[in-house]
Design a protein around this ligand. Structure first.
Ligand code: CP
Ligand code: NVA
Length: 308
């Protein structure tokens, strides 16, 4: 039994095994309807709690479908409707849920909530996004890159925009999978130094480049995300838009990347803010494969957590 809390806390060998297993499971489902059970049923008899303290489309649906394909059952819980939202401690909630379910996935605000859940649960806990990181997303992103272009090791990934939770997990992945990572955005929105330090300590090149035209040169993969995350104050919106306008991913900027560069966005996208519709729907974009691969990558993560 193992938690999947963050990419830097999971060994590079195990991360690689999960990506391989995700590819294999995806292949095995070619041509099947989404509700058809997988040939093997590794989660048969398992009950999985999916807790959301923030909205979600992809995470909610992909975890739910993934569990069912593997033979398990799910319950989707909204934080607000649980006693969690009325003052019951995370620790008590974790201990109680562990008596009913075999696996807990939680999307929450503070990282401390996730960590307390993991400390007190006696079943594996998966991070479905916190204010600081989004590891499941980046497992799907690595899988998607490799499915289109082969090994990500040694490639140049450029992140444009806000140095947020998704960029943080990208930095963890840069260290663990061995790719270079350039952040381009305004200084106040730089990723936290700890994330950069982790990747640098692993020996990969991490650059911070304020000029997006320079940053995009020779990119193998360009990634962006919303300029205002779910945990950001609504009042920050106007300032963010002013700070980030110059970092919108456009066809002009994409032309500076390698001709076969891919474009990714974890979604939901705000078309014509962080990325133009032309890039979202253009030849570089693999955003819907990326969304699909949440399903396959998370199935591999759940199997790893449960050792099945
Ligand atoms: N990318 C992602 O996590 O999407 P949702 O917020 O819809 O789950
Ligand atoms: N950075 C975004 C990711 C959404 C999947 C957020 O936290 O809102």
């Amino acid at each position: 039994m193992q938690n999947f809390l963050d990419i830097h806390q999971t060994s590079a060998v195990d991360l690689r095994k999960m990506i391989n297993s995700a590819h294999t499971m995806k292949q095995a489902r070619k041509g099947l309807l989404k509700g058809t059970p997988d040939p093997d049923q590794p989660l048969a008899g398992a009950m999985v709690a999916l807790i959301f303290e923030k909205p979600s489309t992809r995470t909610r649906v992909s975890f739910d479908v993934g569990v069912r394909q593997m033979g398990g059952q799910t319950m989707v819980l909204s934080g607000k409707e649980m006693q969690l939202g009325h003052g019951e401690t995370i620790a008590d909630t974790a201990r109680v849920l562990s008596r009913y379910v075999d696996l807990i996935m939680i999307r929450t605000f503070e990282e401390a909530t996730l960590l307390e859940m993991a400390d007190y649960a006696t079943v594996p806990v998966i991070n479905g996004l916190t204010n600081r990181t989004h590891p499941c997303q980046i497992m799907a992103d690595v899988m998607t890159y490799e499915e289109h272009r082969g090994p990500i090791t040694g490639k140049k990934v450029v992140w444009a925009g806000d140095g947020n939770n998704v960029s943080a997990s990208f930095l963890h992945a840069a260290g663990q999978f061995g790719f270079d990572f350039t952040f381009t955005g305004p200084q106040p929105l730089d990723p936290e130094p700890a994330f950069i330090a982790f990747a640098r300590a692993k020996g990969v090149k991490i650059n911070v480049e304020r000029n997006p035209e320079v940053a995009f040169e020779g990119a193998d993969l360009v990634v962006t995300d919303t300029w205002v995350s779910m945990h950001d104050a609504e009042s920050a919106k106007e300032r963010r838009h002013n700070q980030l306008r110059g970092y919108q991913v456009t066809e002009t900027l994409m032309a500076r990347a390698k001709p076969d560069a891919l474009f990714m966005h974890c979604l939901p996208a705000h078309r014509n803010d962080e990325v133009t519709s032309a890039v979202m729907d253009g030849a570089h974009s693999v955003v819907f494969d990326e969304a699909e691969n949440r399903l396959h990558a998370q199935k591999a993560i759940m199997r790893w957590c449960l050792g099945v």
